[in-house]
Design a protein around this ligand. Structure first.
Ligand SMILES: Nc1ncnc2c1ncn2[C@@H]1O[C@H](COP(=O)(O)OP(=O)(O)OP(=O)(O)O)[C@@H](O)[C@H]1O
Ligand SMILES: [Mg+2]
Length: 229
């Protein structure tokens, strides 16, 4: 699903920052992987490259058979619409849109017919246990519920790759646990490849594999025997 070869990412500002200093990594279809590492170690930068939100300074980022480092902005935007979905710590919902409208957004952007949108939105809201909340605004929901709306929005397109940047970072332990269980269920039932950045060892232990970053390099990469239990 993902293959990164000698990926380097530097940011040019007043002084140059090397965010990723040569990453080599292969993630197979259907894996559920946690990425951990100190603040500033390059986790979000890595996720952004995997999602085609940004391009590396050098190296290859192969995702679902495409080299995103060599794609045009237009090519990457098409890729983002069909192959990948994102969830963030801060949910990123549209405050003026109802739950169902937030979830429908990526389908509207993709030009899916209205009838099909309604059917798919109802199905994913059921999957995340929020069918009773579809007419509410994000403000009227708890943090855990908001994150479930964001997950429903990520699932609705059927993208094979789900990238999550600290999805439980704003939640208490119990709410975080619900989100982890939901991600595991999605992974098991849909076969979605999930890459999740986290600071939380418990969240990482829900994954089958743990990749550790330090100073823009892979410091550790291990299969977790108890992953997902
Ligand atoms: N747009 C940018 N311009 C300049 N430097 C940046 C930019 N984005 C990130 N960096 C730098 O690149 C390095 C890696 O940042 P990144 O956001 O990937 O870290 P992170 O591991 O996600 O950290 P955190 O755990 O705090 O979210 C940091 O030193 C950061 O300051
Ligand atoms: Mg980050």
């Amino acid at each position: 699903m993902l293959k990164l070869h000698d990926v380097i990412k530097t940011y040019d500002g007043k002084s140059q920052v090397t965010a990723l200093a040569g990453i080599n990594l292969t993630i197979g279809a259907g894996e559920m992987v946690a990425i951990m590492g100190p603040s500033g170690s390059g986790k979000s930068t890595l996720l952004n490259l995997m999602g085609g939100l940004d391009v590396p300074t050098s190296g290859q980022v192969m995702v679902a058979g495409e080299d995103l480092a060599r794609e045009s902005e237009k090519g990457r935007s098409l890729f983002r619409r069909s192959k990948v979905s994102y969830i963030f710590q801060a949910y990123h919902l549209m405050p003026t849109l109802k739950v169902s409208q937030n979830v429908a957004l990526p389908l509207h952007l993709a030009g899916v017919p209205a009838g099909e949108i309604n059917r798919k939105v109802a199905q994913v809201l059921k999957e995340v246990g929020l069918e009773a909340r579809s007419g509410h605004l994000p403000d009227e929901l708890s943090g855990g519920e908001r994150q479930r709306v964001a997950i429903a929005r990520a699932l609705v397109t059927g993208a094979p790759l789900l990238l999550a940047d600290e999805p439980t970072g704003n939640l208490d332990t119990a709410r975080g646990e619900e989100i982890l269980n939901l991600l595991r269920t999605i992974h098991r039932e849909r076969g979605t490849t999930i890459v999740m950045v986290t600071h939380d060892h418990h969240a990482a232990s829900a994954c089958d594999r743990l990749i550790k970053l330090r100073d823009g390099k892979v410091e550790g990469d291990s299969v977790q025997a108890g992953g997902g239990k």
